[in-house]
Structure formats: C-alpha cells, structure tokens
Design a protein around this ligand. Sequence first.
Ligand SMILES: Cc1ncc(COP(=O)(O)O)c(C=O)c1O
Length: 342
Amino acid sequence: MRGFGSDNHATVHPELLAAINEANINHAPSYGTDDWTESANKKIKSIFGTEWQPFFVFNGTAANVLSLGSHLESFHSIACADVSHLNVDECGAPEKIAGVKLISLKSHLGKISVDTIEEARIRLGDQHFSQLKMVSITQPTELGTVYSLEELRAIASYCQKQGLLLHLDGTRFFNACINLDCEAPDIARFFDVISLGGTKNGFMMGEAVLVKNPERAKVFKFFRKQYLQLPSKTRFISCQFARYFTNELYLKIASHSCSMAKLLEQRVHEIPFMEILYPVESNAVFARFPKKFLKKMREKYFFYVWDENDFSVRLMTSWDTTEHDIKGFYNQAVELTREAPL
Ligand SMILES: Cc1ncc(COP(=O)(O)O)c(C=O)c1O
C-alpha cells in the first residue's frame, strides 16, 4: 500500500540501508566510540559549524525532551506553539521526563512570534510561578510552513535580549533549507540546541541532538544516559548520518520530498472537492476533504484526517514519493467525482 500518511511510512533510503549493511561487519567499539560516529560527527560539524557537538539518539521525541531537560532546571518553563509536536504529540513526555512546564502559545500557520512569546514572559522572579527560560520552535512547522530567516532573526534576537534559550525541533530541517534556499548555518546560528531529524528523512531510525554551549555539551552525555537514549550500538545510527551527509544525499532527499509536495499541491488544486489550507513550504499538503469520499480515497492512498471537526486532512510526501503516486491519487479523486458528483 502506498499513500501520503506520513514520511514515517516511507521505506528506508537504499543508500542509508547500504550504509547500515556496510557498518554490519566485524566487531566495533560500542557507545559511540566507533569510526562511523567519529565520521558522522565530523561531517555534521563541517555542515553546521564546529561550534556544534552532535549526540545520537533513537527518536525525535527523545531528542526534543533531552534538548529541554539538559538545558533547564525543574522550575523552568518553555514556550512553544499550541500545534507543536512537543505540545500535542509527545504524550506529556517533556513534563514527565524533563520535568519542565510547557507554555502553549497561540500560533498562526504553525508559527509563533515575538508578541506571543512576550505575553508568556510574566511573573519573573515570582517564586510561585514557573520561570520562562526557553522557547522552542519547529522548522518546518507541523503545518508544513517555514519561518523566514527574518522571522527567525526576530525571535532569536528577542530571546537573546531576554536571556531565553532557543530550541529548534528540526525533524525535517533540510526541507526548510530547500524552501529558503539557504545553508544549514543560516538557520542553525539562531539556536542554542537543535533536534536534528533522521527518521523522517529516509533513515531506518535515528536522530541527533546538536548542542552549542560547550559547558552543556560537556555534560550532555550524562543526561543522554539518564534519559535512556545512549545507543549501545551507536554505529548503526551514526553510519546513516555519515552517509546522509555524503555527496549531498541530505539535500537530494529534502529536495525530492519538497518538490513532490509542490506537485501534489498542483494536482490537489485541480480536484474540485479539495481546498488547500496552508502554504506548501515543506513536504506536507493540508486540505479540506469531504467526509463522503474519505473511505474510498483512503482504500488506495492512505492519509490522515488532521482535524475531525472540519475534516481537514494532511497529505505527506517523502523521499520515496513518486509522480505515479500523485497521478494515481488525482485520478482516483476524479473518478470519485464522476461516480458521485458534488
Ligand atoms: C515535528 C516533529 N517533531 C518531533 C517528532 C517526534 O519524532 P518521533 O516520532 O521519532 O518521536 C515528530 C514525529 O512525527 C515530528 O513530526
């Protein structure tokens, strides 16, 4: 079955699978002391800048929770978008595991702004109130939109002025680079800590946390262990990062996912019963979809209903989406309107 359910539904990119296979020879030292990890570290530093220290972990939720927990005290709070993965899709893990309070901010097109952060920066020094210490944004956002560099600069300079740390949920980081036509440091420079995604970008599994502050980087390994995220066979995650950052595979993957989303957007525009909801700037197309066609459409091309109240749906592309998938989706929709006119 193919479809637009999630980039998590996609297969593993053959080059990344080959990297795992190639790392699967002989014995190698464990816990990140292997050659693949050293190579991945070097490559990440050469792309993001030598000020960043990478740490490999199993999944995206853990990358986010560790980013928070390793930089904050238990009396701190963190501001993030109401629609952020951190806020709505991590089952309270930031609160339970990192032990910090999340402040959910009203967002527009998935983004927060200086004004909304300012509203949350209250009761500083009040011992009865969690103290705001960090802001987290997702780039690209959960709605498939992208903060412009100007928007990032405004938030970063506000945070710096107010002594707030800035975290990036960069699960699909390079999709944003493709959209903004920029290099990794153009985005990374605004942040203190980054969750850098692998799984949604063709990996079998594996993410990295990039830490900027050298003092935090020194102790991060202890937090990672305490948070149960030190992979004993780290090489099978790091070898994927090493390959991802070879011959610009990371850009090819991001560019393909984004261009397939653009193509899907064009076709969805032509389907009379669908209405695009948000600008398509990453690998997600959000659209309104009539309930009566849902079952039939999903039989062949699976996708998720995002909001059951208004029947908005999310169609996601990935590194392995083909033009054929998109054409098939479109043809099926056209067929349905013929069978049951609007
Ligand atoms: C924006 C964002 N952040 C974090 C995650 C968490 O990743 P994981 O499912 O690997 O925990 C996801 C997963 O879909 C995501 O979309």
